[in-house]
Structures are given as C-alpha cells and as structure tokens.
Design a protein around this ligand. Structure first.
Ligand code: 13P
Length: 338
C-alpha cells in the first residue's frame, strides 16, 4: 500500500485511531491516578487487553504506539504490531522526543526528535509501523503563543513529515493548542487558524505530499476556565469553519485529539461536526484519554476480568465509530449496561 492509500484508510468512515502512545512518564501519571504501579508488565497488560478487543476489528483503523510497545510481545507470544494487524488495524509509532523548553521564550515549548529520525524510521518500518505521530504544543496566555513558537514548531513538523514520507510511512501532523486557560472560543479559533496556516506553509515548502498525511488538531473550544461555555453546535460550526479555511483540499482527513474533553463530550462534538460536514474531508478521532479513561478505571479495579474491561472499551470505541458517521445519540450512549 502506498502512503496515500494508508492515509485514506486511517480516516475511513466508521473507524478512528486509538492513541495508546503515552510515554513512560505520561503512563506513570495515568496509572498513578488509578493506584496501579507503572511497571513494564502492567503497561503491556493494559494495552494488550485493549488491542485484543472486538472493536479493534470494527471501529479502530490504527493504533499509535510508544517505542516500548512496538517492541513488546503479548502474553500469547504474538508481537504487538502483529496483534494489531490481525484485527485489520494499522500499527503506528510516536516518533517525537517530547516538547522541550523553547530557548528565548517564556514557558513555551518546541518539540524535539529530528536528530537520527531517518535511521529510526527505517527500524520502525521493519518492526511493522506504517504511520507516525509528532505532537507540537502551544498554549494561550497574554503573550503566547509567540511567532517564534508557531514558526519553530511548524518547521519541525514539516521536516518530520518529509522524513516519514521518505520512509514510505504516513505522518500524522499534530499541532495541539491546549485547552488550559480562560480564553474564549473565538480566541481559540484565531490562534488555531494561525498555527494551521503556518504548518501548511512549512509542509508545502518541505515538499510534503499532503495526500499522504493526516491532520490531528484540537477542536475549537473555549479555555477550560472560560466562564462563557459553548454549545455543541457552536463548537462544531467553528471547528469546521476553521479547518475549511486553513486545510488544503489534498489532505484526506482529520483525526481529532480529545485534549482533556470528557469521553462523551469528545464523542458528541465529533458527531456534530460530521452532521454539518459539507466538505470532502473525513473527520474522525485519534483519542487517547477519551477512548481509554473508563477502560483504565475498570482495568485497575478488575485486572483479571478481561471481558469486563473489553466491554467498556468496545462501547467507547463503538460510540466514537458512530460519531464519524453522525449516527451517535444519547439513546445509543445509554444503551449500555456496564
Ligand atoms: P488525547 O486524546 O488524550 O488528547 O491524546 C491524543 C494524543 O495522542 C495526544 O498527542
């Protein structure tokens, strides 16, 4: 399969991406929140329980893995990339080395990991990965994000994307404007617009084939501490408008991050975006927390009850799958006795 075909599959209707690529540090926080020790064995156990669920076949187009997981073998002796492929899903790999302090800027970050990336991509391909992820982060304050932050992250994202395509893999381009702060939804719209415009300018300069990419942006939302809440309709309308304004038509689609929204909010907002979608772009999910939160809590309480954990995960995956086709509603959500 070539990269354009892989990118189309990643954003195909009815399916979405499971972002299970938390670094060991982030996993430490997630497991601590449910009082489980963050050992390699526990990380593998939780993840392979999800990767063996039924919904992997029906609702998950791809799984983003952390370096450690791509190299692990399940308890049945199946390499993790093969376990994912067996469900008809595509293994992917997070390749950035994290957001580091941006020199000369207060509190801002630039994502690192370009050194040696070409060599790492060769190895990841051999291990079975067919797409990659690189996340840039931006936050809103009275001074930020600065032009320096927007430009340096866009430049890194474009250089990453070009290297990934050279290795015959699809780059997920993830510029994430964080929800932290009390900014309005319109401020989020304006800043996201600037960030996306700069990303596509750099991707074009670096000759990235946009048909072989997937965009993973934030939705347009008010800041977490903003007093003025927004309706689902307003979020969907502004998100769609912002993406229409800034995305070149060659990009096959968008796989949103959940970014701290609750599980149901993330599903509901995606459903609404798909209800009003009048573009040729496919809109799907690439959720981490909004796909795994309930399953993680269930796992922590009943680690050996695989069926129970998988039932919780399957439900969330199916709800999100429905939202990619604007078929989700509250009734469907409640039609589930855990
Ligand atoms: P969340 O959906 O939890 O924001 O995670 C998605 C992700 O992959 C962030 O890089």
């Amino acid at each position: 399969m070539n990269i354009e075909e892989i990118a189309k599959l990643m954003v195909a209707k009815g399916k979405g991406i499971l972002a299970a690529d938390e670094s060991t540090g982030t996993m430490e926080k997630r497991l601590k929140s449910v009082n489980v020790e963050c050992t390699e064995k526990n990380r593998l156990h939780f993840r392979e329980t999800l990767f063996s669920s039924n919904s992997m076949k029906t609702s998950i187009s791809g799984v983003i893995l952390f370096d450690e997981t791509l190299r692990q073998t399940s308890s049945n002796g199946v390499p993790i990339p093969d376990l994912i492929k067996k469900s008809g899903s595509i293994p992917g790999i997070k390749v950035d080395k994290g957001a580091k302090p941006l020199a000369g800027s207060e509190q801002e970050k630039v994502t690192e990991g370009l050194d040696g990336l070409r060599e790492r991509m060769e190895e990841y391909y051999k291990l079975g990965a067919r797409f990659a992820k690189w996340r840039a982060v931006y936050s809103i304050s009275s001074k930020n994000p600065t032009e320096k932050c927007i430009k340096s992250n866009a430049h890194a994202l474009a250089r990453y994307a070009a290297i990934v395509q050279e290795a015959k893999m699809v780059p997920i381009v993830e510029p994430e404007l964080l929800m932290d702060g009390d900014h309005s939804i319109d401020k989020c719209y304006d800043v996201t617009s600037k960030i996306l415009a700069e990303c596509y300018k750099e991707l074009t300069i670096h000759s990235v084939n946009l048909k072989g990419t997937v965009l993973k942006p934030n939705m347009i939302l008010p800041g977490k501490n903003c007093k003025q809440k927004a309706s689902t309709e307003e979020i969907a309308k502004k998100t769609l408008e912002c993406l229409k304004k800034n995305m070149p038509s060659e990009v096959p689609g968008v796989a949103f991050l959940s970014g701290g929204q609750s599980e149901v909010e993330a599903t509901k907002n995606l459903n609404e975006i798909n209800k009003i979608n009048d573009t040729s772009f496919n809109f799907t999910f690439s959720y981490g927390r909004a796909l795994q939160q309930s399953a993680l809590k269930t796992w922590a309480k009943s680690m050996t009850d695989t069926a129970k954990i998988q039932k919780v995960f399957d439900h969330r995956a199916k709800m999100n799958s429905a939202s990619t086709e604007a078929k989700w509603d509250e009734k469907l959500e409640q039609n589930f006795a855990a």
